[in-house]
Design a protein around this ligand. Sequence first.
Ligand SMILES: [Zn+2]
Ligand SMILES: [Zn+2]
Length: 93
Amino acid sequence: MSEEYRCPDPECNSTNVKIEKETFRCLECGIIGSKTHHCPRCKRKYLMDFDTIVECPICRLEFEKADFEIFSDDDDILSLQKKQEINKVLREP
Ligand SMILES: [Zn+2]
Ligand SMILES: [Zn+2]
């Protein structure tokens, strides 16, 4: 069973990708996608891979890869944007 990967960018959406160990690279636009992560919000499978962070091109939210290992429930995985929001609230007097 071989899985087909697609460019994370919906406007590119190319299946012309080079599969690597944990990621794949779109040969059309060069975007790197994560093979194993999905968006906890919209459940999209092809996220952009930025080493320790993945970004959903639909929700425009970033998630820390480490959180996917800590939490098994998608609802517990917070986006970086949400974390910053929470930090801001906590810091306010
Ligand atoms: Zn592409
Ligand atoms: Zn999403």
